[in-house]
Design a protein around this ligand. Structure first.
Ligand code: PGA
Length: 260
């Protein structure tokens, strides 16, 4: 399957920004800027904080705005004594389509392990949603030359238990931690090298069809200025955008990256 047959996916990870009033404004502004032609060639997802999700769902559905609704995290269980956690079953009831799992901020600040991430991936798929599974190395790991090994271990750990056929529904986001929120971006060639390695790991463990169907995003200081070169790489199928997704004009320009 050539890269062009995987639909690009541009996702806006709002992190812990924007209350539900701000969220409506951003989604409405985006809906004026992103055209029907844009969403015919690119899937767009927005990932607001949990407190905004119902509001954004209502705005998207009542105004028929063609963006997919996303979440930034979920728990691995459907229900139970998990104070403060959010059930994947409840997200699916809100028509959430994509759930980010194992973001480096969850791994580093909240101590999430590959094992927990793998359980979340299972839960998201069970509810017919699509996980966006994040992997990426620290600056120290890159400088030590261990990027490819670190990322391969995260892929094998976070995707443990997957069936080959599930890769059509899976997204992997390669996000070098040193590039997140720093203004530093991996060069397109470095990002391509790691994304190709990720696809190779999937091929080795789950087969060529799985590797050809999995969508791989790059994330880490993506902006309108660097997205065209990143998206021109053979193994980069989309972008996970943090800071720049809070600015409607910038995010719309990212979605409108020139086609190769
Ligand atoms: P950034 O964040 O675009 O602000 O670097 C990306 C992310 O953390 O998903």
């Amino acid at each position: 399957m050539p890269a062009s047959s995987r639909r690009p996916l541009i996702s806006g990870n709002w992190k812990m920004n924007l209350n539900h009033y701000d969220a409506i404004q951003l989604v409405q502004k985006l809906s004026y800027l992103v055209t029907k032609d844009d969403v015919e060639r690119v899937d767009v997802s927005v990932h607001p904080p949990f407190t905004d999700i119902r509001t954004v769902q209502t705005a998207l559905e009542s105004d028929r705005i063609p963006f997919f609704l996303g979440a930034q995290n979920c728990h691995s269980d459907d229900a139970g004594a998990f104070t403060g956690e959010v059930s994947p079953a409840f997200l699916s009831k809100l028509n959430v389509r994509y759930v980010i799992v194992g973001h480096s901020e969850r791994r580093q600040i909240f101590g999430e392990t590959d094992e927990f991430v793998a359980a979340k991936v299972s839960a998201v798929l069970k509810h017919k949603m699509h996980p966006i599974v994040c992997v990426g190395e620290t600056r120290e790991q890159r400088e030590a030359g261990s990027t490819l090994d670190v990322v391969a271990a995260q892929i094998l750990g976070s995707l443990a238990g997957r069936e080959s056929t599930q890769f059509l529904d899976l997204v992997v986001a390669y996000e070098p931690i040193w590039a997140i929120g720093t203004g530093l971006t991996a060069t397109a060639a470095d990002a391509q090298e790691v994304c190709a390695h990720i696809r190779g790991c999937v091929a080795t463990t789950w087969g060529a069809d799985a590797a050809n169907s999995v969508r791989i995003q790059y994330g880490g200081s993506v902006k309108a200025g660097n997205v065209p070169e990143l998206m021109a790489q053979a193994d980069i199928d989309g972008a996970l955008v943090g800071g720049a997704s809070l600015d409607a004009d910038e995010f719309a320009r990212i979605v409108q990256f020139p086609s190769a």
